[in-house]
Design a protein around this ligand. Structure first.
Ligand SMILES: C[S@@+](CC[C@H](N)C(=O)[O-])C[C@H]1O[C@@H](n2cnc3c(N)ncnc32)[C@H](O)[C@@H]1O
Length: 207
């Protein structure tokens, strides 16, 4: 748990307040993007675990007027201009995919260019338990990405490190041509989170 005084000293928290981003996490996506260039102008991007909306704000800037961001979360997300918001539990993958596909259909699309996931469980403080819950969310994010991405599309998902981290990394590797793990500077030093980045989606599994 981050203490209030600690948060106020945090430079990313301060910048987010000053620059109008809803979360300090926005800087994590900016740093991922600086390094890996996942999102282009005109892209359709699905943001999983999007509340309160910092990543969606950054993704919206990256896709520009011709692109579209679709944000999904269990929790309410305050309106973001030009962003479509869906309230859904992504662990019910079938329903989440169906709802996103219906939204895409209305936009004349049946696939998306990029899936980004900053999904996080409510942290218990028990590292193994939190790792397990995070793994389940990340696996759902990957399954949703596999259902929705166009060939050569891109993916990023947060996962809390632990015993099954390699299992998730390998699952991403089966589906993407280039895979990397990355810890942005904006991640807190003692956080176990890491982002797995997949570029170049393949429709068939690579052994
Ligand atoms: C770290 S926050 C995301 C912050 C966001 N990227 C931002 O920049 O504002 C993680 C989010 O994952 C969401 N989440 C956790 N489990 C979920 C689930 N099963 N389905 C949908 N969203 C979920 C939480 O509600 C929470 O809003």
């Amino acid at each position: 748990m981050v203490k209030r005084a600690e948060l106020k000293r945090d430079r990313f928290y301060k910048s987010a307040k000053e620059e109008g981003y809803r979360s300090r996490s926005a800087y994590k996506l900016m740093q991922i993007e600086d390094r890996f260039k996942l999102i282009n102008g005109g892209n359709v991007v699905i943001d999983l675990g999007a509340a309160p909306g910092g990543w969606s704000q950054v993704a919206k800037e990256l896709v520009g007027d011709k692109g579209q961001v679709i944000s999904v979360d269990l929790q309410h997300i305050e309106k973001i201009e030009r962003v479509i918001i869906i309230k859904s539990d992504i662990t019910d993958e079938e329903t989440a995919i169906k709802t996103i596909k219906e939204t895409l259909f209305l936009k004349g699309r049946d696939t998306v260019d990029v899936v980004i996931s900053d999904l996080s469980p409510n942290l218990s403080g028990n590292r193994d338990y939190d790792h397990f819950c995070s793994l389940e969310l990340s696996k759902s994010a990957l399954n949703i990405a596999v259902s929705l991405l166009r060939v050569d599309g891109n993916f990023v998902a947060k996962i809390f490190q632990g015993d099954c981290y390699n299992q998730f990394y390998s699952a991403v590797k089966e589906r993407f041509r280039n895979v990397r793990a990355y810890s942005p500077k904006a991640s807190r030093k003692r956080s176990a989170e890491v982002y797995v980045i997949g570029k170049g989606f393949r429709k068939s599994v690579q052994q």
